[in-house]
Design a protein around this ligand. Structure first.
Ligand code: PNW
Length: 483
C-alpha cells in the first residue's frame, strides 16, 4: 500500500483545491512546510505600553506637587475600593528608572505616559513648580537614553484641586492650554508626540453626572453638557497651545475611548448601521472634535440643555490633529433598523463573557471595528491612528515560585491583536499599539483590587515581577507578529 505522509497529503489537497477553483488565486499550502507568517505586522509598527501619572507615580506631596481632584476624592471615605489612594501607588516617582528597565526588557519602542498637571502648576495655574517639571525631564531623558520614544498625555484625569469649579468652569480649559503651552515649550525639543486629554467621558460624565469618579458629583444635563464642552474646548485650546510652542515635526493628538459599535453581522446594511452608530454614539466628544461642530441631532436632542458656545470655540475644538489615539476595551453591537436614525443598539445578554472587571466584555472584534469605523467616517481627519490603550484586569495570583500565569490576559491580548492585524492588513493607518498597562496600578474607584499590569506589583514591597503576559508580549514584539 502506498503510504501518504502528512506533507504529501497537504500538497495533494492544495493541488486539488487549486484545480477545483481554477481561475481564483488560491495559495498552494502544504502542511508542515514553513508558511508566510499570516499575522505579521507591518514593518515599523510601534509596540508600546501605557500608564498614567496618578495611577503609578505616588509621591503625592513630594517636591511641591499640589493636590488633584483625585487626591481629594480618594481620601474621601467610601469613594474608592477599600479607601485606596494614589499616595504611593507604584512609587514610580522614585522608581521610574526601574520601570524604564521593564520597558527596555520588553523591547518596546514607544511608551505612553501622562503628566500630573499639579506637579508642574500646584494650583493649576500661575506659579510654576520647577521641581515637578524636572521630574518629567528625568523620565524623558531616561526613556531616550534607552531608545524608547515618549508619547505624553497632558491630562489623564488628575485635575488640580486648586482650580475653582474644576471642569464646571470655562477658566479650567484656558488654564489647561497655558499648562500645555508651558510644558511643551520646555520639553518640546525632546518629546515629539503629545496627546491633550484622555477619555472625555470619564472625567466629565463619570465625575460630574454619575459621581463614580472625581469629583463625585451628580449634576443635571445642562451643567453636564457645559462640562463636556469645556473638556473638548480644553483639548482644542491645548492643540493650539502645543503647536504654538513646539518646533515643526511635533505630532499632536488625543486619546479617546470612542464607543465602539460592531455590526451584528458583516453585511452592508449592518456595517452602515455601525458607522451611523459611531457618529451618533460619540456625538458630544469625538464626533464634535473631528467634525468641528456639534451634530444637529445632538443639539436638537439636548434642546435648552445644549452647551453655550462662545465665538472661536468650534474652530479651536476642530483643530486638525496629526493622529488619533483610541482606547479600546469592549464592544457594543449595532444593527440596521427602520427608525429615523437607522440603527439600534443590541442589548447585551447577561451571559456575554467578560474578564475579571465585569465591564470588560470579551469581543475582540471591537478593536478592528473601532479602527475601521473611525477611519471610514473621518478618513482625511485621521491621518494616523494608534491604539493608545487595550488590556484587561485578571485575578492574578503570585505563586510562591514568583510566577503569575495570567493565561486569560494572554488570551485577551492575542485575540485583540489578531483583530488589529486585520485592520492593519486592510490598509487602515494603524501605526502602533500601547498595552494597558506596563504594571499593576491604582485602578481609580476600584483601587488596587483590579490589576491591569503585565508586571505584577507587590504593593507592600513595590517589587515588580513579570507575568506570563509580559513574556508573551516580549515575544510578540521581537517577532513583530501575534504569537
Ligand atoms: C481607561 N469603561 O479607563 C483609563 O484610561 C485607564 O486609566 C484605566 O486604568 C483603564 O482604562 C482600565 O480601566 C476606562 O467603563 C474606564 O468602558 C472605564 C471604561 C473604559 C476605560
Amino acid at each position: 500500500m502506498k503510504v501518504i505522509t502528512r506533507r504529501q497529503f497537504g500538497k495533494s489537497v492544495a493541488a486539488a483545491a487549486a484545480a477545483t477553483y481554477a481561475g481564483i488565486a488560491l495559495p498552494r499550502l502544504a502542511l508542515g512546510e514553513p508558511q508566510p507568517a499570516p499575522l505579521e505586522y507591518p514593518k515599523g509598527f510601534l509596540w508600546g505600553c501605557a500608564t498614567a501619572s496618578y495611577q503609578i507615580e505616588g509621591g503625592a506631596k513630594d517636591d511641591g506637587r499640589g493636590p488633584s481632584l483625585w487626591d481629594v476624592f480618594s481620601h474621601t471615605p467610601g469613594k474608592t475600593h477599600n479607601g485606596d489612594t494614589g499616595d504611593v501607588a507604584d512609587d514610580s516617582y522614585h522608581l521610574y528608572k526601574r520601570d524604564v528597565q521593564l520597558l527596555k526588557n520588553l523591547g518596546v519602542s514607544v511608551y505612553r505616559m501622562s503628566m500630573s498637571w499639579s506637579r508642574v502648576f500646584p494650583t493649576g495655574k500661575g506659579e510654576v513648580n520647577q521641581k515637578g517639571l524636572d521630574y518629567y525631564n528625568r523620565v524623558v531623558d531616561e526613556l531616550l537614553a534607552n531608545n524608547i520614544t515618549p508619547y505624553i498625555t497632558m491630562f489623564h484625569w488628575d485635575t488640580p484641586a486648586g482650580l475653582q469649579g474644576g471642569w464646571q468652569s470655562r477658566d479650567t480649559s484656558k488654564a489647561f492650554a497655558d499648562y500645555c503651552g508651558y510644558v511643551t515649550k520646555h520639553l518640546g525639543d525632546k518629546v515629539k508626540h503629545w496627546m491633550t486629554t484622555n477619555e472625555f467621558i470619564c472625567f466629565t460624565d463619570l465625575g460630574y453626572k454619575e459621581g463614580q469618579f472625581a469629583p463625585g458629583l451628580k449634576l443635571g444635563p445642562a451643567q453636564v453638557n457645559q462640562i463636556r464642552h469645556h473638556a473638548i474646548l480644553a483639548h482644542g485650546l491645548g492643540v493650539e497651545a502645543i503647536r504654538a510652542n513646539t518646533p515643526g515635526g511635533t505630532q499632536v493628538g488625543l486619546a479617546e475611548n470612542a464607543i465602539v459599535y460592531c455590526p451584528v453581522m458583516e453585511t452592508a446594511e449592518h456595517i452602515e448601521a455601525a458607522r451611523k452608530a459611531t457618529r451618533d454614539g460619540n456625538a458630544p466628544f469625538l464626533t464634535t472634535v473631528l467634525d468641528g461642530k456639534y451634530p444637529q441631532s445632538y443639539l436638537e436632542h439636548e434642546g435648552a440643555n445644549a452647551p453655550k458656545v462662545e465665538e472661536g470655540d468650534m474652530k479651536a475644538i476642530g483643530s486638525p490633529i496629526d493622529f488619533l489615539g483610541v482606547n479600546i476595551y469592549v464592544p457594543l453591537y449595532a444593527r440596521a433598523d427602520n427608525s429615523p436614525k437607522g440603527w439600534a443598539e443590541e442589548p447585551m445578554p447577561s451571559s456575554f463573557p467578560h474578564m475579571f472587571s465585569p465591564w470588560i466584555n470579551l469581543g475582540p472584534e471591537c478593536i478592528y471595528w473601532g479602527v475601521r469605523n473611525v477611519c471610514d467616517i473621518w478618513k482625511e481627519k485621521v491621518p494616523a491612528i494608534y491604539i493608545t490603550e487595550n488590556g484587561t484586569s485578571s485575578d492574578d495570583v503570585l505563586t510562591p515560585e514568583g510566577h503569575v500565569e495570567d493565561v486569560d490576559r494572554v488570551m485577551y491580548l492575542r485575540n485583540h491583536l489578531t483583530q488589529l492585524h486585520r485592520a492593519a492588513s486592510e490598509g487602515y493607518p494603524v501605526k502602533g499599539y500601547f498595552l494597558w498597562s506596563l504594571l499593576d496600578n491604582f485602578e481609580w474607584a476600584d483601587g488596587y483590587s483590579k490589576r491591569f499590569g503585565i508586571h505584577y506589583v507587590d504593593f507592600k514591597t513595590l517589587k515588580r515581577t513579570p507575568k506570563l503576559s509580559a513574556e508573551w508580549y516580549k515575544q510578540t514584539i521581537a517577532s513583530n507578529r501575534v504569537e
